[in-house]
Design a protein around this ligand. Sequence first.
Ligand code: CMC
Length: 430
Amino acid sequence: MLSKNVVITDEAAGKHVELPVIRGTEGEPTLDIKAVPSTLGYFTYDPGYAATASCTSEITFIDGNKGILRYRGYPIEQLAERSTFVEVAYLLLFGELPIEEQLNQFRDELTYHTMIHERLNHFISGFHYDAHPMAMMAGVVGSLAAFYHNRLDMENPEERVLSAKRMIAKMPTIAAACYRHHMGWPIAYPRNRLRFCERFLDMMFSVPSEQYMVSEVAARALDLLFILHADHEQNASTSTVRLVGSTGANPYACVAAGISALWGPAHGGANEAVLAMLDEIGSVGNVPHFIDRAKDKNDPFRLMGFGHRVYKNYDPRAAIIRQACYEVLDELGKDDPMMDLAMELERIALEDDFFVEKKLYPNVDFYSGIIYKALGIPVSMFTVMFAIARTVGWVSQWIEQSETPTKIGRPRQVYRGPQERKYKALHRRG
Ligand code: CMC
């Protein structure tokens, strides 16, 4: 909805432009700057898009100052307490909580699509045994377009939803297959009588020689983490998915690009980096030294799992995971000294002027690794866990974009290279 305009004047040039203000249902008003280049002759400069909205969306709302996160209007705290990952996936994809019949049908559809083509297993076995699973995931998910090319009419809404369901369903199967390849274990096919997270744990940890009983506590903890990671509006990987999608690329290519963006340590790769950092810190006594390093401008070290572009308050997901950490460690009967270390690090950081002034709080990745570790998930698979959950957000955002007239994403630049010069023959250079 457009309301009053804002006038920007270039006094020296004697020009002005009236910019419409776009107001969403919530959040800050946003200036529509499209007319600036044609009327004032300037481009706008915003590296890192810290001041730029790239799209309109009805999916996820964040108020970073108040620490609010809502999916389709529902507070994350309520979904974490009362919903399930599959129900949240339905909500994010279709916009409403399902009635029982819709939920059952959706669950059946996700279950029906869990198998992957046997050739994909051959593809996975072609990787070196110690390949990072995120590298494998990006390659294997991108290759899905080669397996499902007969149903890739992206103008067709039904086929868009079908490819979205396929990816949500197959991602855990691919992730577990990557892990098993690393371990040298035979493929474990999805057992469709199990629920989403139970099935994933079974595919990860069952071996042919022994009966594997999925722990109810572990499945519930995983379900919670998946709910919390499912979407987060226009973060780096989701923006990547939208940017690639704006070219008309197929959804598997878009999600493969999202996986690659997620892998970076400033984004989803932080959960792996947090455990490496806690390991390096080693003991509570060393915390002050690492806090000093994080504050030192000449030291590239940062406290991983701290800070966020949008949250300038406690990340609401971190608050939920912190509480879940106690419960899961308690219920699984595990006592992880890393939890004490993480809490001490958080306590000291939150009292330190540097972190207070810069509003650096623990983010979603700070405590999630401690739960994954307690569930027996290896550290190299942490970001893969994030990718399984975030696939729901990626495909929901991709579908939303596909339903809206979209221009190709094409930012401009401030060119600082050489001005025009003349080509010199090889013998005249130097
Ligand atoms: N430790 C120490 N200093 C920090 C940290 C940190 N973790 N994060 C930000 N700062 C400082 C930074 O040095 C800068 O200081 P100055 O203004 O003096 O130059 C200031 O705070 C602002 O930092 P920034 O890098 O400009 O902020 P940003 O919004 O561009 O980056 C961030 C956000 C998440 C990339 C960053 O806080 C960071 O690198 N955190 C560690 C990695 C991490 O935990 N990432 C997970 C993010 S949440 C999950 C997800 O998105 O996937």
